[in-house]
Design a protein around this ligand. Structure first.
Ligand code: SF4
Ligand code: FES
Length: 192
């Protein structure tokens, strides 16, 4: 079945998209970059990190939405880097950096000019190298169908663990290493 073509505007540019696509997908196709932390093209988006927030205007109403989950609509006006959005991303980076201060998060912080965080770790607390974005859990469940990685605990005790009964497949796979931008799997390496 032929998909309906939708016309929307992203950052002042007219963009054509197929019905059912998300704002993030249509922006990517149009060469407009929206930063993400919990999006993977092989997975259904689940909107956990809120780093991909954009402003959408429909009629007289403007609001912030997660672009990875928000479907394109005819006539939608999208802005990807207004002051409000940048401020939001900076606060998210301030929250993330003490927990996961290396790799992609460090680069993003540099890009957004975030040098310090107003939310430091408690004295004696170590970075967990995990933002609880859930990518490793979803990927192992939906793509690999192994459920070898999971969440454990609740609230501030919530963490990522390798589940019991991991087989040789993990030794050969390790795709979660590449998926995780926060460095968690380096700290879990001895469990493999
Ligand atoms: S270990 Fe990495 S991929 Fe998994 S939830 Fe934590 S930050 Fe996300
Ligand atoms: S990438 Fe959209 S909420 Fe994380």
């Amino acid at each position: 079945m032929r998909m309906k073509t939708i016309t929307l505007e992203i950052d002042g540019k007219e963009v054509k998209a197929e019905e059912g696509m998300t704002v993030l997908q249509s922006a990517k196709n149009a060469g407009i970059e929206i930063p993400t932390l919990c999006y993977h093209e092989k997975l259904e988006p689940y909107g956990a990190c809120r780093f991909c927030l954009v402003e959408v205007t429909k009629g007289k109403k403007t609001r912030l939405v997660a672009s990875c989950c928000y479907p394109v609509e005819e006539g939608l006006v999208v802005k990807t880097s207004t002051k409000r959005i940048i401020k939001n991303r900076k606060v998210l980076l301030e929250l993330i950096l003490p927990i996961a201060p290396t790799g992609a998060h460090k680069s993003l912080a540099e890009k957004y000019g975030v040098k310090e965080s107003r939310f430091p770790l408690e004295p004696g607390e170590e970075p967990s190298y995990c933002t609880l974005c859930g990518l490793c859990v979803h990927y192992c469940d939906k793509i690999k169908k192994w459920n070898a990685v999971g969440f454990q605990g609740r609230g501030i005790d919530r963490k990522i663990v390798l589940m019991s009964g991991i087989g040789d497949q993990c030794i050969d796979c390790r795709e979660c290493y590449d998926i995780c931008d926060a460095g968690k799997f380096i700290t879990l390496a001895e469990e493999f």
